[in-house]
Ligand binder design. Structure first.
Ligand SMILES: [Zn+2]
Length: 689
């Protein structure tokens, strides 16, 4: 259903966790009771004054808070993002409970469907009673497969229903001609969070694979297989997934837009994977005349093709059964939900499941996000907040422009193109101007939750595929309005800030400028800098993958971004796990650039105004405290291990201490001296944008 590659670079993780198997992972965060927002923009009670700011600023700024805020048992982490998302969740609950209560009489058909969807998800009694009934028809289809040809046809039919079995398919902008929407094929097919989990040989990884095989077998038993058969089938599934993983690109390779740009005609796709009937495939997707397909990883597609011909039909049946159960589990009865939760604990470290209503709110946000989002912004987002945020984006843009003029490593030719790219930025703030039309969505009062969720998958798939061959829809959003996150999309050259993040502690109309520039200002600067990070800088003002740097400027740029990646390679968490400087390079460049530009914008905003200390801190000091408090976060070791392997963002402590130790502005504000851990030696400070 989806071709997830360049939908954009987000401010924080969350999408990573959500891509794991089930909704039992806290995609939307929250505590058992809603904590009030902190009353002061910067609260001294959150500090650890026993730690010097020039020694470990993250600890100085957040130590008090970290000590007082252990991770609630249903969560894998707890921090500012969770606190805010949790408040949003409680507001969404009001919207959804009203929609469910009024669904029989609602005159707005979209609100009626939203109410039906939520009510069906909350119907735990009905879901328990149904047990595995909802998937029995699909299981029977898998059991009836008798030949390789039928296996291949099953794959085609699954894709036509939006189920990404073995690989993802969907619409995408052509990276080298961003105004054209074509098809896209991604890599997939594995159940562990990353290809590397299949090949690591350390004791922890071996034990994790054993646990995975047990989990797969447990799911097969739930689907009706005898235990001994399930144990043997699970081994075959691991072998099959290992073969798929072996052909996958690594996450670092996936960050290389040139490597992953492989535009093919349907004829070329037939040559690449001759065993798949692509004519039948595109006919089933209702796009028989498709003209071009971007293939992220051609080797992977040809591996799938040869495995389809070589692996016994019985193994495919086990594999398809496992895929079906894994996908369906969050929508089925407790044995399915509990099994998924138990295995995911290896990655979340969560002690208990989220209450059902929180899982259902997350599901409603994932499934009907713009219907829910519209009701949310109508009730909880003010035009004033949108106006203030728009003003801030304007100020950040002006500061970025001035900063570009001072970059001595680039020639004037490149600088003029950088100005053009900055000027061409599109911005989306709060919510979409044009809301999605849900009239074709088949959510009905008589449907089970499973049937409603399946209707959403069908609807989303048809919507996504319908874009192929049409002009780019520039009004579309990649996040829902209540989301506490933000993103830059290089193919659209756009920065996007959902209503969900335009609140304290990121953005507070009642706070001083310093706090808002250190929070939301730096977030805006972060997204802007993504247009100029090691990936984003490869796209021009129109979002085309095209070099616009002169060759000597490009060499200078690469030298400094590579040096910054090496700096991050030296940072660790949990004593010995190293940050992957290459995987996190784009985000780290964006943090450093975003902070530098937001700081300059704050100085402009404060020029000529009185600069009183507030609670003992200068405006400059409050700027850095504001950024640090956004990243305060306690995290389970399980989640930390998962994220270090899969997340393109560095761990929270390094998103604070690393950029600050490269900023002369920080050393000046806090009186750090050469030799202090928070001040890198003069010749080794990174300054890219
Ligand atoms: Zn980012």
């Amino acid at each position: 259903m989806t071709f997830i590659r360049r939908t954009g670079v987000a401010l924080a993780a969350g999408l990573v966790a959500a891509s794991l198997a089930t909704a039992s992972i806290a995609a939307v965060a929250g505590a058992q009771t809603v904590p009030a927002a902190q009353t002061k923009p910067i609260d001294r009670a959150n500090l650890d004054t026993t730690c010097a700011p020039c020694t470990n600023f993250y600890q100085f700024a957040n130590g008090g808070w970290l000590k007082r805020n252990p991770i609630p048992p249903a969560y894998s982490s707890w921090g500012s993002f969770n606190e805010l998302a949790d408040r949003n969740t409680e507001n969404l609950r009001l919207v959804l409970e009203d929609a469910a209560k009024n669904r029989a009489t609602a005159t707005n058909p979209t609100m009626r469907k939203l109410g039906e969807f939520y009510a069906s998800c909350m119907d735990s009694a009905g879901i328990e009673k149904a047990g595995m009934t909802p998937i029995e028809g699909d299981l029977a289809k898998i059991r009836a497969l008798g030949s390789t040809a039928e296996v291949k046809n099953y794959l085609i039919q699954q894709h036509a229903r939006g189920n990404d079995v073995l690989f993802g398919f969907g619409s995408t902008q052509d990276a080298k001609n961003s105004s054209e929407v074509i098809g896209g094929i991604g890599q997939g097919g594995i159940g562990l969070p990353d290809r590397d989990y299949y090949f690591r040989t350390d004791a922890r990884s071996v034990a994790l694979r054993d646990a995975y095989v047990k989990h797969v077998a447990n799911d097969l038993v739930l689907a009706g297989e005898p235990a001994a058969q399930a144990a043997s089938d699970a081994q075959h599934i691991l072998a099959l997934e290992t073969a798929l993983a072996g052909s996958q690109l690594t996450r670092v390779q996936l960050r290389d837009p040139q490597l992953t740009y492989n535009r093919k005609t349907p004829a070329e796709l037939r040559t690449l994977a001759p065993g798949i009937d692509w004519t039948a495939y595109f006919a089933a997707q209702k796009i028989p005349n498709i003209s071009a397909i971007e293939v992220v990883n051609p080797k992977f597609v040809s591996t799938v093709d040869s495995l389809l011909g070589a692996v016994p039909v019985s193994d495919w049946k086990s594999y398809f059964t496992w895929n079906l159960v894994r996908r369906a589990a969050p929508r089925l009865s407790s044995p399915f939900v509990n099994e998924a939760f138990a295995f995911n604990q290896h990655f979340t470290g969560a002690k208990e499941q989220l209450p059902r209503y929180k899982r259902c709110i997350a599901a409603a946000d994932n499934s009907m996000g713009e219907a829910l989002g519209k009701a949310y912004v109508d009730r909880f987002f003010s035009p004033q907040a949108k106006a203030r945020a728009t003003e801030m984006v304007k100020n950040l843009k002006a500061a970025f422009r001035e900063r570009l003029a001072t970059r001595t490593w680039m020639s004037d030719t490149t600088r003029q193109r950088a100005y053009a790219k900055l000027d061409a930025f599109m911005q989306k703030i709060g919510y979409p101007d044009k809301w999605r039309d849900y009239s074709a969505l088949a959510v009905t009062p008589s449907n089970s939750y499973y049937a409603n969720a399946t209707a959403v998958t069908d609807f989303d798939n048809a919507y996504d595929i319908s874009h192929i061959g049409k002009p780019v829809d520039r009004t579309q959003w990649g996040m829902t309005p209540p989301t506490v996150n933000a993103y830059y999309n290089p193919l659209m050259n756009e920065i996007v800030f959902p209503a969900g993040i335009l609140q304290p502690p990121f953005f507070d109309p009642n706070a001083d400028d310093a706090v808002n520039y250190g929070g939301m200002g730096a977030v805006i600067g972060h997204e802007m800098t993504h247009g100029f990070d090691d990936q984003g800088a490869q796209y021009d003002a129109q979002g085309n993958l095209k070099t616009w740097f002169t060759s000597s400027d490009l060499a200078n740029f690469k030298a400094s971004t590579t040096a910054y990646a090496k700096q991050f390679d030296t940072y660790t968490i949990l004593d010995s796990l190293h940050v992957n400087g290459s995987l996190t390079n784009g985000e780290n460049i964006a943090d450093l650039g975003g902070l530098t530009i937001a700081y300059a914008a704050m100085e402009k905003a404060l020029a000529g105004k009185p600069r009183p200390k507030i609670d003992g801190f200068t405006p400059e000091q409050r700027f850095f405290l504001a950024w640090a408090q956004i990243w305060r976060e306690n995290m389970t070791p399980e989640q930390a291990r998962l994220l270090i392997a899969t997340n393109p963002h560095a761990p929270a402590i390094w998103r604070v201490n690393a950029p600050f130790s490269n900023m002369p502005e920080f050393a000046k504000a806090w009186g750090c001296r050469p030799g202090d851990p928070m001040e890198r030696p003069a010749g080794q400070q990174a300054a890219i944008w």
